[in-house]
Design a protein around this ligand. Structure first.
Ligand code: CP
Length: 310
């Protein structure tokens, strides 16, 4: 594996190697070993053209825990404001010694283009409405840790699928790993292409909830929303929000997920988000471990992932 651009490009074996490597790294962290020397001398560039809290910080933490050097680039305050292109920015960063570029960009396909320009590895940290593969990997890892398996799990992904790169990556990865995904959304918040995705589609959350092992709520992306196809916030919440009453319809072992950031009170109530069956905070911690595994597998070469402390 040289790049990680799409969850759909991962074979079942590729995905399981990433999840199993993350498990191994988590075991080391559990032994209070916080830093490994594995990527000493390597440089990871975080190239972020869109805002991020979880993804940017967890990639930085992951690279540092593997002893890599990290350069954080944010488009705000850079020469992008003077018109510098993505290609020139990337080549500039590569000239400074980047072995891997982690990119978040508003344009779907930007990581794919970047991979044709640079020699190092490219990791997609979210491109437009296209994909967010490391989010899907950390979600699958979190499900497997909580529920012990992925094969045969019934996963409902609920809400603003139209603007969600998380939804597409999860559908593709979970299908590869043997889970059954149902997308639940109002018709206006589903992309036309959903017909070709390997999943079921429903408009009726109340019918899907009792059959689900995992309910993954998506953020309503108000910043990308056009008023003509968004119901009012109150109407959305009434039909598609996960509140206390709907939560009570889940079976006893079902878990609730959200990639964050959340609109508390819209797609999910505070009570549900903070309940013991919510994995939302766990997902953030697991994100560091899974991103360590991805960076190690892309850059670690023949070095053992776990072979000492820094
Ligand atoms: N889940 C996620 O991508 O969050 P950030 O936008 O904070 O990185």
């Amino acid at each position: 594996m040289r790049h990680l651009i799409s969850a759909g490009e991962l074979s079942r074996d590729d995905a399981l190697v990433i999840l199993d490597t993350a498990e191994e790294l988590a075991r080391v962290s559990d032994r209070s070993i916080k830093k490994l020397p594995t990527l000493r001398g390597r440089t990871v560039v975080n190239l972020f053209y869109e805002d991020s809290t979880r993804t940017r910080i967890s990639f930085e933490a992951a690279a540092k825990r593997l002893s890599a050097d990290v350069i954080n680039f944010s488009a705000k305050g850079s020469s992008v404001s003077k018109g510098e292109s993505l290609k020139d920015t990337a080549l500039t960063l590569e000239a400074m010694g980047a072995d891997a570029v982690v990119i978040r960009h508003g344009a779907s396909g930007a990581p794919h283009r970047l991979a044709t320009w640079v020699h190092g590895s490219v990791v997609n940290a979210g491109d437009g409405t296209h994909e967010h593969p490391t989010q899907a990997l950390l979600d699958a890892y979190s499900m497997r840790r909580r529920l012990g398996r992925l094969e045969g799990l019934k996963v409902a992904v609920v809400g603003d699928v139209l603007h969600s790169r998380v939804a597409r990556s999860n559908v593709l990865l979970l299908h590869t790993l043997g889970a059954e995904v149902t997308l639940v959304a109002p018709p206006t918040l589903l992309p036309v292409s959903v017909e070709t995705w390997p999943c079921q589609v429903s408009y009726d959350l109340d019918a899907v909830l009792p059959k689900s092992d995992v309910v993954m709520m998506l953020r309503v992306q108000l910043e990308r929303m056009n008023a003509s196809y968004f119901p009012s916030a109150r109407e959305y919440s009434r039909r598609y929000g996960l509140d206390r009453d709907r939560f009570a319809r889940l079976h006893d072992d079902a878990i609730v997920m959200h990639p964050g950031p959340m609109n508390r009170g819209m797609e999910i109530s505070a009570e549900v988000a903070d309940s013991p069956r919510s994995t939302i905070v766990e997902q953030v911690g697991n994100g560091v471990t899974v991103r360590m595994a991805v960076l190690y597998l892309l850059l670690g070469g023949s070095e053992p992932a776990i072979g000492g402390t820094a």
